[in-house]
Write a protein that binds this ligand. Structure first.
Ligand SMILES: CC(=O)N[C@H]1[C@@H](OP(=O)(O)OP(=O)(O)OC[C@H]2O[C@@H](n3ccc(=O)[nH]c3=O)[C@H](O)[C@@H]2O)O[C@H](CO)[C@@H](O)[C@@H]1O[C@H](C)C(=O)N[C@@H](C)C(=O)N[C@H](CCC(=O)O)C(=O)O
Ligand SMILES: Nc1ncnc2c1ncn2[C@@H]1O[C@H](COP(=O)(O)OP(=O)(O)OP(=O)(O)O)[C@@H](O)[C@H]1O
Ligand SMILES: N[C@H](CCC[C@H](N)C(=O)O)C(=O)O
Ligand SMILES: [Mg+2]
Length: 501
């Protein structure tokens, strides 16, 4: 199916919005595009004013008009020479308009949304592997990138704004994508970035502490996650919709109750699971288990490490089963996949000890990763870890405590301090540690912290570099510096090996 970007009669475009008012008649206004950023406006565009967390888009109307905007969607009347359409909520209106403008693309896509504190990126990549094994054309949107087949596009947010989303889905349909997998963050659900997305399947991975800077309580955070399930299948189109829920998570019942659609539960320990892993074996080479499903049982021998990976595989397999993918394709894909960039990624640079780069930046993910490493490490475990600035402060002492509990030596360092004082972040972390009995060091400079760990590690030891995973930058103040944990570790190891020659 080839879709072209339409030039639309503004009045027609607004037909999905029931209540709005205009300053001048808009009967003959044709628009060539929609933008919410005045800097991106091109001649003939509609500019949508969003009042954001940092600035108010209404203040950029003049710039938008200078750049060629021929109409404005706003939350208040404005004194300008082009038609102004006013609505009570421009973010919501934008989601509706974007959906209409791009011809409701998700109605023609098999769309799977994944939410939860940890595992969203991992599950979307497992889905991609499974669907590709079943010879489907795939699309993916998440923390690392937007993908159409093997083509990659940059993203600013894990779940982009509604305009970017609908444009991406339209692009996917142009490229004949059958199924798309996307991470749905709690921020996006609260901000309505996914309004207009017609999800066929919604997956819940787990809920543990994070983002308490944005959601004031865990209850609010849970409620945000539940929106994906309460909004599932709002527009009945005759196709079955499924909520896939990790029943071993203590919040599962709330999510099950929040949806009116069919529910498939997965897990290991709970009663009456639809998809269950049994005989789980974990070791330094990966994981193996039997997966019982409503359509048969398969044995899986995967290279993915840790119990959390077993949960991710169950989640992806459950969604694939609901999508009609064969157990054979699921089994083959799970057995051949080697994991995602920056998630439990080994650094192999000729050293005699292990180095693992992992995106653990929450208390729960850090605990999972360190427990997994500790379970097979023959020597000492070192962890290099920091906590992001301008993010949940209350997770800092918990992450530090987790680090010293499971590692033999923890090196507390910087991880995107952003506008905060890196020393204060480190102080917040150290609050969680009993300095008398627990082994840690504070080394603010991340490169030096990695260097310390790598220089001290001996054969059979393992160094875990946590928190930044695939990231290739370090944000300090307003400046974004190049920084890639994998590259930095490799360079330091090479220097050490050179000296030893
Ligand atoms: C707090 C938050 O979520 N902010 C998001 C929000 O930005 P904002 O409200 O600050 O926007 P703003 O800068 O005030 O601008 C308001 C409006 O004015 C417009 N503007 C602005 C300047 C100008 O010159 N002209 C102009 O027209 C902007 O285009 C915008 O429409 O809207 C932007 C566009 O959609 C987002 O990129 C931005 O995400 C920021 C970068 C962010 O860091 N968000 C994080 C907290 C987030 O959303 N994270 C989740 C993942 C969490 C997880 O790991 O689970 C995510 O989905 O990414
Ligand atoms: N199911 C899981 N349960 C707990 N921890 C997990 C799980 N899956 C992955 N992890 C850990 O969490 C880290 C982040 O995983 P992943 O990137 O898949 O999560 P995410 O939900 O996409 O995170 P983000 O919110 O930053 O987008 C991994 O590096 C790993 O340490
Ligand atoms: N999506 C998460 C990623 C955190 C990654 C970590 N490296 C940090 O910068 O805190 C956030 O924006 O909170
Ligand atoms: Mg992610």
């Amino acid at each position: 199916m080839v879709r072209k970007c339409p030039i639309l009669i503004l009045k027609e475009l607004l037909s999905d919005i029931s209540f709005y008012s205009t300053t001048t008649p808009i009967e003959n206004v044709m628009i060539k595009g929609i933008e919410m950023d005045s800097r991106q406006i091109k001649p003939g565009y509609l500019f949508v004013c969003i009042s954001g967390h940092t600035v108010d888009g209404h203040d950029y109307v003049k710039q938008a008009i200078q750049n060629g905007a021929i109409a404005i969607l706003a939350e208040k009347p404005l004194d300008v020479d082009v038609p102004v359409i006013t609505v009570s909520d421009t973010s919501r209106a934008l989601a509706i308009l974007a959906n209409r403008y791009f011809e409701r693309p998700t109605q023609d896509l098999h769309l799977i949304g994944v939410t939860g504190t940890n595992g969203k990126t991992s599950v979307t990549y497992l889905l991609e592997a499974i669907f590709q094994k079943a010879k489907k054309h795939t699309g993916l949107i998440g923390t690392i990138q937007m993908k159409i087949g093997e083509e990659s596009f940059e993203v600013k947010n894990t779940t982009p704004d509604s305009l970017f989303l609908q444009k991406s889905f339209a692009k996917m349909l142009e490229k004949e994508v059958d199924a798309a997998f996307m991470e749905v963050s709690s921020h996006a659900l609260v901000m309505g970035r996914t309004f207009g997305c017609d999800f066929d399947i919604a997956i819940f991975t787990n809920l543990t502490q994070d983002h308490l800077d944005y959601h004031s309580t865990m209850e609010e955070y849970l409620h945000a996650k539940s929106l994906l399930f309460s909004q599932l299948g709002n527009r009945y189109d005759g196709n079955p919709k499924y909520a896939i829920i990790n029943k071993d998570d203590s919040h599962s019942l709330t999510l099950i109750k929040s949806t009116a659609q069919q529910v498939l539960t997965y897990g290991i320990h709970s009663d009456k699971l639809d998809v269950q892993a049994t005989n789980v074996m974990l070791d330094a080479n990966g994981s193996s288990f039997d997966m019982r499903t409503p359509v048969g049982t398969i044995s899986i021998k995967s290279k993915l490490m840790g119990m959390f990976s077993v949960y991710n595989m169950l989640a992806a397999a459950s969604a694939a089963i609901c999508s009609g993918i064969s157990l054979k394709a699921i089994q083959t894909a799970l057995e051949s996949t080697t994991g995602v960039r920056g998630r439990f990624e080994p650094v192999v640079a000729g050293q005699s000890f292990g180095v693992i780069v992992d995106y653990a930046h929450t208390p729960d993910s850090l605990e999972n990763v360190l427990k997994t490493v500790k379970s097979f490490a023959k020597g000492n475990v070192y962890v290099v870890v920091g906590c992001g600035g301008d993010r949940d402060r209350t997770k800092r002492p918990i992450m530090a405590k987790t680090a010293v509990t499971y590692a033999d030596l923890a090196l507390f360092t910087s991880d995107n301090p952003r506008s905060e004082d890196p020393k204060q972040i480190l102080k917040d972390m150290v609050e969680g540690v009993d300095g008398q009995t627990q082994a840690y060091r504070v080394i603010e400079n991340r490169k030096e912290a990695i260097q310390y760990a790598v220089e001290h590690a001996k054969e059979d030891d393992i160094v875990v570099i946590a928190g930044k995973g695939h990231e290739t930058y370090q944000i300090i103040g307003d400046t974004t510096y190049d920084f890639d944990d994998r590259q930095v570790a490799t360079e330091i190891i090479h220097q050490i090996l050179q000296k030893e020659l």
